[in-house]
Ligand binder design. Structure first.
Ligand code: HEC
Length: 138
């Protein structure tokens, strides 16, 4: 179940829930990862495919990922092509194709990166296509 899928619509509740979870994580002495795994790439793909209402296309996702969309950057500028290798961007650190384990993180970075590259947020169909592309790289 995608616990945070409605976030930030339920902002206050989610924030409260998240601090409870954070406190719990500390109590349990887990080496407190900032991002707790609560999803998988396949779940993300399903989520956006459902939202988009059309089947995702890995081919479209690949074109989208490598295109500059009229700006200076493509997703591949930072994430490499294919994005299974270490990203070029110093902070990217690891290959994003192996990530996608936390809903809030995926949402945050899709929002931020799409604005950087396209000067707008990505549509559900675009995100589904990118996920189909990334999932199929494995
Ligand atoms: C300016 C550099 C840059 C560009 C351009 C960029 N990204 Fe990112 N992206 C990052 C960084 C840095 C992270 C954070 C990596 C981390 O913390 O593990 C990230 C993370 C992500 C994540 C989260 C992965 C996860 O672990 O859940 C997704 C999804 C993502 N990017 C998709 C895209 C898409 C799609 C595009 C093109 C529209 C794009 N990015 C373009 C730098 C970039």
């Amino acid at each position: 179940m995608t616990l945070f899928s409605s976030y930030p619509a339920h902002g206050a509740a989610s924030t409260r829930l998240r601090s409870v979870l954070a406190a719990l994580a500390t109590t349990l002495c887990v080496s407190a990862p900032v991002w707790a795994a609560d999803t998988t790439p396949a779940e993300q793909l399903k989520r956006w495919t459902v939202e988009a209402g059309v089947p995702a296309s890995a081919d479209r996702g690949k074109v989208f990922f490598n295109a500059k969309h009229g700006g200076e950057w493509s997703c591949a500028s930072c994430h490499n092509a294919p994005p299974t290798t270490e990203g070029k961007h110093a902070n990217t650190g690891k290959a994003i194709a192996k990530a996608f384990t936390e809903v809030a993180k995926v949402d945050k970075w899709f929002r931020r990166n799409c604005k950087d590259v396209l000067s707008r947020e990505c549509t559900a169909a675009e995100k589904a296509d990118v996920m189909a592309y990334l999932v199929n790289l494995k």
